[in-house]
Write a new protein. Structure first.
Length: 121
C-alpha cells in the first residue's frame, strides 16, 4: 500500500466497525482528525501511552482481519480492471454516438457504467 496513513485509513474504512467504541474513537482522532497522542490523552484523561496502546491494538486487530480475509488486497487488485471496463464502456458509448446511434447499445453501455460505479462504491 502507498503509505502508513493510507493503509490505516483503508483498514479503518473496511474493518473499523469491528473495533470497540474506544478504539474507533482514538483511531479516528489520531488518523482522520490528525490529533496527537498527547491531545487525545488530555481529552480522554488518560496517559499518552494508554492512547498509543489502544491505537496499536486497533491497528493489530484490523491488520489481523485483513491478513485472514484479504478483502482490501482483492479490492485494490480489482480497481485497475474496473477502471479499464469503465474506460472501454465510455469509448463504446462515444463510438456508438458518432457512428451508429443504436439505443440498445446506449442502454447496455449505461448499464455497464452503472454496475462499475456500484462495484467501486
Amino acid at each position: 500500500m502507498k503509505n502508513q496513513t493510507y493503509r490505516m485509513t483503508m483498514l479503518f474504512d473496511f474493518y473499523g466497525e469491528l473495533l470497540t467504541d474506544r478504539q474507533k474513537e482514538f483511531f479516528d482522532l489520531y488518523y482522520n482528525e490528525d490529533l496527537s497522542l498527547a491531545e487525545i490523552a488530555e481529552n480522554a484523561g488518560i496517559s499518552r501511552q494508554g492512547v498509543r496502546d489502544v491505537i496499536v491494538r486497533a491497528e493489530a486487530a484490523m491488520q489481523e482481519i485483513e491478513d485472514k480475509t484479504g478483502i482490501i488486497r482483492r479490492f485494490e487488485s480489482q480497481r485497475p480492471h474496473l477502471d479499464a471496463i469503465e474506460a472501454a464502456a465510455a469509448e463504446a458509448k462515444t463510438i456508438n454516438y458518432r457512428r451508429y446511434e443504436d439505443p440498445r447499445l446506449t442502454e447496455l453501455v449505461d448499464l455497464i457504467q452503472t454496475e462499475v460505479a456500484a462495484l467501486k462504491d
